[in-house]
Design a protein. Structure first.
Length: 676
């Protein structure tokens, strides 16, 4: 786990723990022994610490957080490094994250490659840097920069770190080790960050917290980070570290951190496809075709263009093609205007785009994604046409959000090459892609679908074929109950408030308005079967019409609508329902627990490979609050027996087709979780 090599009078200590050199017990023990040995060895004048393979270190071993502590503690080792009477230099390449960066902060000097990533991402795991990071970083870079780095968790580059004074010298990756050894040889005394003291106006902290109140919202970790950084200003190192440790211990045991760590591992588990050999050969994807230049087609294209993959986008009419191309350019330019993209990058992306009306041009694409509207006949027609055009081995994907990939594939002579790639709106922003595995989808097609999704920066999850796959299928019982609750006496505001209060990005009716109330509408103003039909019949199609379940002003700010109240009352009268007071608890059970119930069905039917995949779908695709871990983890935390009891209490009201999942009932009875 640790290798050492003496270069004349400089000892090189190498951390070896693939794939990310996590600072697990083995590495810590090795580091501890190597430092102690170096201090005792007169032949050693200076020490260099580096990581093997592609990075310095990805930080503490996160899997150890849920186990009892053993071996030497990381803070103690880092204190020993700082206390060393011989100069210690950290040589950083690849990444130095979390505890990894804290090792470097305890070192007396830091040399990094310009592109290395240095960061303290602990906050994203619901904890704070617990090995001196909150105490040493502000001493080096100042309170304001430290507040940004620690509460955002976003890494900075070696070059940026050099500007901030976090890194002393930059060096090319090829010569890093020899440069650092030579540099270490020139040093004659340690230089301890912990000895420095810093000052800051206390108002800086209150202002920072107030400025970020919305971002931090219900999160415990960012506030604890601020408190710890405050201690760095107010106290000497050891007292500050004690404070940091206490906050760390409190957070690591808390529900938010457990949930966030669950999501971290869930995201990585989702990448694994059951029953697929690890060495499955991927198909090359160097050119992509997209059919449909609407909102989805345009957004999907942008992902590939941004990743440097050429896209041919096909439309039926010149006007639609031009409009779609224009929107892509405008989206890029808006990002550039915010300073997040250079003008050259915009042109580079746009140059990779080939808009055309000629379907036949798709013949040299390796992957073709259909992104036209939801209509089985239209999709079948397109796939039959693709079958006659696409080159052998090309992958044919549909972006359908509900329809059967098997039925779509059945019109081709190559169902093994067909899969679903379900992106979420806005497709250039949302991270989730459901990779839908049809009954005949070939293993290498599925594996390539997962791989290409990751290459364009997405978080892919495998889903089986069913109406709505994982995410949208769970919306069905939620919407059924949300609609029924309106008729029984709740208001859209009350239901949405329960959802946003829980931490959802938006509630069911806000989502209806954003997506378009008219989605899936039969377009017959005289046929009114649902509330949504009634709204559409009155032109209330959602935000785009400034009227849906809410009225919207020019800035898209919603207010409750008396028209909607009237529509609901009419419905109520027709159905002979007397309005009653609806409790928030009932809303929670009928709109959240029914989703958990549907998730359990998705699991028992094998539509999702594992419960945690469902959590990834909801946290990355639907704005489910990450710090609750996703619907399945959340239900496990509540206890499935409690969930089942509550569902049974409302069983007669859950709506047509909503029956309790046998898997949920069984796990609840056994006292076992859904995620295992
Ligand atoms: N501990 C344990 N396992 C880790 C780990 C860590 N810190 N970092 C990564 N892994 C595991 C992953 O789970 C994955 O395992 P798998 O192959 O079994 O699924 C494997 O290492 C490879 O990880 P990735 O697929 O994420 O590899 P990438 O190359 O895509 O990304 C990375 C590398 C950016 C380092 C990314 O793994 C990452 O963000 N890791 C977590 C970084 C982090 O949050 N560090 C802080 C830890 S907490 C801490 O240090 C506390 C301290 O203050 C006391």
């Amino acid at each position: 786990m640790i290798e050492t090599q003496l270069h004349d009078d400089v000892l090189e200590i190498v951390m070896i723990n693939p794939p990310v050199n996590a600072l697990g017990e083995g590495v810590r023990t090795g580091l501890d022994e190597a430092i102690t040995g170096a201090l005792e060895d007169d032949a050693v004048k200076a020490i260099v610490i580096r990581g093997s393979g592609r990075l310095f270190s990805g930080g503490a071993d996160i899997t150890e957080f849920s186990k009892p502590p053993s071996g030497p503690s990381l803070p103690a080792i880092i204190d020993a490094i700082e206390a060393s009477s011989k100069p210690v230099v950290a040589a950083i390449h690849g990444m130095a994250l979390g505890g990894g960066l804290e090792v470097a902060l305890g070192s007396h000097y830091r040399v990094a490659t310009p592109k290395a990533k240095l960061g303290l991402p602990e906050v994203t795991l619901g904890i704070l840097p617990g090995a001196g990071g909150t105490q040493r970083l502000p001493r080096l870079v100042g309170v304001e920069a430290a507040l940004d780095i620690i509460t955002s968790g976003t890494p900075i580059t070696g070059a940026e770190a050099a500007e901030l004074g976090l890194v002393d010298k930059l060096s090319a990756e090829e010569t890093l080790v020899e440069d650092v050894i030579a540099f270490a040889r020139t040093l004659d005394a340690p230089r301890r960050t912990g000895d420095r003291s810093i000052s800051a106006d206390p108002a800086v902290f209150t202002k920072f917290e107030a400025d970020n109140a919305r971002r931090f919202k219900d999160l415990e970790a960012p506030r604890a980070c601020i408190e710890a950084i405050k201690a760095a200003v107010e106290m000497p190192l050891d007292a500050g570290q004690e404070k940091e440790r206490a906050l760390f211990m409190q957070l690591v045991k808390g529900d938010q951190s457990k949930a966030l760590r669950h999501v971290f591992f869930a995201e990585r588990a989702a990448a694994k496809i059951d029953g697929l050999p690890k060495d499955t050969q991927l198909r090359p994807v160097t050119k992509v075709g997209v059919i449909g230049a609407g909102t989805m087609g345009g957004g999907i294209s942008m992902n590939f263009l941004s990743a440097g993959i050429p896209v041919t986008i096909v439309e039926m009419a010149q006007e639609a093609l031009d409009r779609g191309t224009d929107i892509i350019r405008k989206n890029y330019e808006a990002t550039a205007a915010k300073g997040r993209l250079t003008a050259e990058a915009v042109e580079r992306a746009m140059n990779l785009l080939s808009p055309t009306l000629d379907f036949d041009v798709l013949k040299d694409c390796d992957l073709i994604i259909e992104a036209v509207y939801e209509n089985m006949d239209v999709k079948k027609e397109i796939f039959a046409r693709l079958d006659s055009i696409a080159k052998p081995g090309a992958m044919l994907a549909s972006n359908t959000s509900f329809l059967s990939i098997d039925e779509i594939a059945s019109v081709t002579k190559r169902p093994q090459d067909v899969l679903g790639l379900h992106f979420f709106s806005p497709a250039n922003v949302m991270k989730l892609v459901e990779v839908v595995r049809g009954a005949k989808t070939a293993p290498d097609v599925l594996a390539t679908g997962m791989d290409i999704a990751r290459k364009i920066g997405k978080v892919p999850v495998v889903a089986g074929v069913c109406y709505g796959f994982i995410g949208n299928r769970m919306l069905i019982p939620r919407q059924t109950n949300a609609n029924a609750l309106l008729l029984e006496g709740a208001t859209p505001e009350q239901i949405d408030r329960v959802h946003t209060g829980f931490g959802m990005a938006m509630g069911p009716f806000q989502m209806n308005d954003l997506a378009g109330v008219d989605i899936g509408w039969h377009r017959d103003a005289n046929r009114i079967e649902t509330l949504q039909d009634a709204l559409c019949a009155e032109g209330r199609w959602g935000q785009k019409k400034q009227a849906g379940f809410y009225d919207y002003d020019d800035k898209r700010r919603p207010t409750p609508s008396p028209v909607v109240d009237r529509i609901i009352e009419d419905f109520r009268a027709q159905a002979g329902i007397t309005s009653r007071t609806i409790s928030d608890e009932e809303i929670t059970v009928r709109t959240f627990y029914t989703m958990v119930n549907e998730g359990a069905k998705i699991l028992e039917e094998g539509i999702a490979q594992r419960a945690s995949d469902i959590d990834v779908v909801w946290t990355y695709g639907y704005g489910w609050p990450r710090h609750t871990g996703g619907p399945m983890f959340w239900a496990d935390q509540i206890g499935l027996a409690t969930v089942v009891d509550a569902l049974k209490r409302y069983e007669d009201r859950l709506g047509e087709g909503v029956t309790l999942s046998p898997l949920l009932l069984a796990r609840a009875a056994e006292g076992k979780p859904l995620d295992r």
